[in-house]
Structure formats: structure tokens, C-alpha cells
Design a protein. Structure first.
Length: 287
């Protein structure tokens, strides 16, 4: 599942103290694959066309190592040399890794979303593959677990969007759906300029409620995963909910500033993770 504890690329629990030690090399290899692709798409001064060309070359290296062929030298040491054996040993589904690249490419050409369904379709490529890859490593693949994983991952992606409004706007990216903007009498350009207003805060309140609903929908998965893995996921869920609580405490003013998790938040997250139980999740899920 995505992990909000990773500051720069927030979609992976990277070899944390709760992650099963035997899986740490595989999880780290997947992380470095996604993290490097994220850098290609988002860092530096290259044009969108140059970034797309780089991502195509990166995809070609992924396809090469999936066939047991050597990658190009550029990303070999950090990414593809460690990833190749992981692909073979764990039989990782290649389409899930390619879906992440699809999302990075989409970010370079698409900056507006018509409605929530279209935004969730983006999450299906940008976030949901992470959870599915981890479930694959854990040997869990039933339909209910996949649905719950997708709900958690999409929720965390949405939380990241609403947390990052003050960053994404100046970059020209507006993830708030046009349908929601119109209902509140707002324009994408206003959000792009980070114009705070009562209407903008009301919009963010609704969008955060949506993300919270998805999180609760997926939360029962924590009881399906054994041992340390289940506890890792509990903290992931509580980390996402903690960010939402911080957004609420600042009256949804994320167009002005970005809330973050700090070490002081960990005791609260741990306490709430300990209190999670199947009956509570079942009641939330049924609402």
C-alpha cells in the first residue's frame, strides 16, 4: 500500500522496520523503479517532450530486463540491475509496473480532470498498482483484497493531491475535478493561482471527505494481512487519516500551505492503529 511516511515519493513502505525482512530487497527495487521514473517526469528543467522521450527509454529498459536482456547503462546500477532478479524471482506482473509509467506520462500531457471517475481512472495507474504489487509479494490476490487495496491506494493518492494544492497549482496541475469546481463556482485557473476562498475550502472539505470514505472502505484489509505486514498497513491507513485530520484542523486551507507528518504524530498513529478492529471497520464499511 502507499506509505505517507516517505517524504519525496510517498507511495511505498521502503524496507521499514515493520516490512518483512525477506521482502525488503524486492520492495526497495520496486521503490527505486518508481522513484526514478517520478524524477524523470517531475524534476529538473527538461521539456515535456524530453521527459516523454526519457520515459519511453526507461520503459524499453524495463521491457528488456523482463525478457532477461541487459538494460542500457543509464539506469542499470540503481534501478534495473536490482529489479531484474526481483522480476524473475517473484514473477512480478509487468503490466502493473508499466501502469505506473503510464501515469507518469499522463501527468506530462494532462492537467485537468472532468469528474471523479476520470480522476479515479488516473489513480488506477498512479497508485493502485503499488498496492497490487505488494499484495502479490505477500501472496494475497483474491478479489476482495484487491478492491480494498485499490480503495486505500486511491485514497492515499487523493490525500496527496489535496495536501499538495499549494505545490501543484503553480506547476499547472489541477486535480480537483471540473465537475466539483463548477458546483462550487470555482475555476481551475483560480486553484492554479492558489486563490484561497470560502468556496475553495468548501470544495476541499468535500474532496477530503471523499478520500476519507475510500480509506475506510479499504481499511478492513489490515486484518487480512499477517503479522508485521498487517501492522505496516495499519500505520499506512492511520498516516493518511492523520493528514486528513491536519487538513481539517487548518480549515482546509491547503492552497496556502502544505500540512506534513512529523515525529510527534507517530504516537497518535500508533495508538489509533492499535485500536483498529474488524468490527469497527465493518461498521464504517457498511455506512
Amino acid at each position: 500500500m502507499p506509505a505517507v511516511s516517505i517524504e519525496h515519493y510517498e507511495n511505498f513502505p521502503v524496507a521499514s522496520w515493520l516490512c518483512p525482512p525477506a521482502l525488503r530487497p524486492a520492495i526497495a527495487a520496486i521503490y527505486h523503479f518508481a522513484r526514478t521514473a517520478d524524477d524523470i517526469a517531475d524534476e529538473g528543467e527538461a521539456s515535456a517532450e524530453q521527459r516523454l522521450a526519457e520515459l519511453r527509454a526507461y520503459r524499453a529498459d524495463l521491457q528488456a530486463v523482463s525478457r532477461g536482456q541487459p538494460p542500457s547503462p543509464r539506469w542499470a546500477a540503481r534501478v534495473f540491475t536490482p529489479l531484474g532478479p526481483v522480476l524473475q524471482r517473484h514473477r512480478l506482473p509487468l503490466p502493473l509496473l508499466e501502469a505506473l509509467l503510464d501515469a507518469f506520462e499522463q501527468d506530462l500531457v494532462k492537467t485537468r480532470y472532468a469528474d471523479r471517475a476520470e480522476l479515479l481512472d488516473y489513480c488506477r495507474r498512479s497508485a493502485d498498482p503499488v498496492g497490487r504489487l505488494l499484495l502479490h509479494l505477500y501472496g494475497v490476490g483474491d478479489a476482495q483484497a484487491l478492491r480494498q487495496s485499490d480503495a486505500i491506494c486511491s485514497s492515499l493518492q487523493l490525500i496527496n493531491f489535496w495536501q499538495d494544492m499549494s505545490r501543484d497549482g503553480p506547476r499547472g496541475r489541477v486535480y480537483a475535478p471540473q465537475q466539483d469546481l463548477a458546483r462550487h463556482g470555482l475555476s481551475a485557473e483560480a486553484l492554479q493561482r492558489c486563490e484561497d476562498s470560502p468556496a475553495a475550502r468548501a470544495l476541499l472539505r468535500e474532496l477530503c471527505d471523499w478520500a476519507e470514505y475510500l480509506m475506510h472502505e479499504g481499511a478492513p484489509l489490515v486484518h487480512r494481512l499477517p503479522g508485521r505486514t498487517g501492522w505496516e498497513l495499519r500505520l499506512v491507513v492511520q498516516g493518511g487519516l492523520r493528514i486528513l485530520a491536519k487538513i481539517k484542523a487548518m480549515d482546509h486551507a491547503t492552497l496556502l500551505t502544505r500540512p506534513r507528518l512529523h515525529a510527534i504524530d507517530l504516537p497518535t498513529m500508533l495508538w489509533r492503529a492499535l485500536r483498529m478492529n474488524a468490527s469497527q471497520n465493518a461498521r464504517v464499511e457498511a455506512q
